[in-house]
Ligand binder design. Structure first.
Ligand SMILES: [Fe+2]
Length: 211
C-alpha cells in the first residue's frame, strides 16, 4: 500500500477528487498503523457516527459523510510525535499542546481534497465540549457543528470500551453511564441518547435499563 501511495503522490498527473479521496483514506489507515493499540479505532468511530446519525433521523448522505469523517478524523496525528500519543503517564503541558494540534492538522489535510470541506469542518471540531472547554475553538453548545458533536461521542465511546496504554476497557454499560454523566457539559445529550438507544436495541444491556 505504501509503495502505491508514494507512486501516486510522486506522479505529475493531476488526480481527480475520487482518487484524492482514496489516497486520503489510505493515508488515514497508515497513520493508524503507527499505533497498534488504536488499530481499527477510526473505522469504528465512523461506524458509530453513522449509526448515531441514523438514530437521530439524519438522511443517508449525512450518515455516509459521518462515516467518512470518522475514518479521517485523527489523520492529523501524523504531525504529532508518536512518543506523545503512546505515553502511558501524564502528559506535560508541551506534549498536550502538541497533541491538541491534531484536529487542525486533520482539517488542513482533509480540506485539500475537493468536495470535502464539510468533512474537514466536522473533523476540525471533534474535540470541542459543550461547555466551551474543548479545543481548538473553545466553541459552546450549538456553535459546535452537529456532525462534530456526533463524532465526539463516537470517539469517546470507542476510547472507553477499548484497551488503552493507561487503562483497561470499560464495560459498555459503564461507558454509556459516563457519557450520560458528562452530557450537557462535554457531550450533547441527544447524541448520547441516540447511541444508547441503538445499543439497547442491539441487545447491549446495562444498569441504566429499567425494563
Ligand atoms: Fe482526535
Amino acid at each position: 500500500m505504501l509503495d502505491r501511495l508514494i507512486a501516486e503522490l510522486s506522479s505529475h498527473k493531476p488526480l481527480d477528487a475520487s482518487r484524492q479521496k482514496a489516497l486520503l483514506l489510505a493515508a488515514a489507515a497508515l497513520v493508524e498503523m503507527r499505533d497498534p493499540i488504536t488499530a481499527g479505532h477510526s473505522v469504528r468511530v465512523g461506524n458509530y457516527s453513522a449509526i448515531i446519525a441514523r438514530e437521530l433521523g439524519l438522511i443517508p448522505d449525512i450518515q455516509s459523510a459521518l462515516r467518512l469523517a470518522g475514518l479521517v478524523h485523527d489523520i492529523g496525528k501524523i504531525g504529532v510525535p508518536k512518543a506523545y500519543l503512546q505515553k502511558p503517564g501524564k502528559l506535560t503541558d508541551t506534549e498536550m499542546a502538541e497533541i491538541r494540534k491534531h484536529p487542525g492538522l486533520s482539517y488542513e489535510i482533509v480540506s485539500e481534497v475537493p468536495g470535502l470541506i464539510h468533512i474537514a469542518q466536522i473533523v476540525l471540531h471533534h474535540h470541542e465540549r459543550l461547555d466551551g472547554h474543548g479545543y481548538p475553538g473553545g466553541l459552546t453548545g450549538d456553535e459546535i457543528p452537529l456532525g462534530s458533536r456526533i463524532l465526539c461521542v463516537a470517539d469517546s465511546f470507542d476510547a472507553m470500551v477499548t484497551d488503552r496504554v493507561y487503562r483497561s476497557p470499560l464495560p459498555v454499560s459503564e461507558a454509556i453511564a459516563e457519557l450520560e454523566r458528562c452530557a450537557g457539559t462535554q457531550f450533547d445529550l441527544a447524541v448520547v441518547e441516540g447511541l444508547r438507544a441503538y445499543l439497547l436495541r442491539a441487545g447491549v444491556r446495562g444498569p441504566w435499563c429499567t425494563t
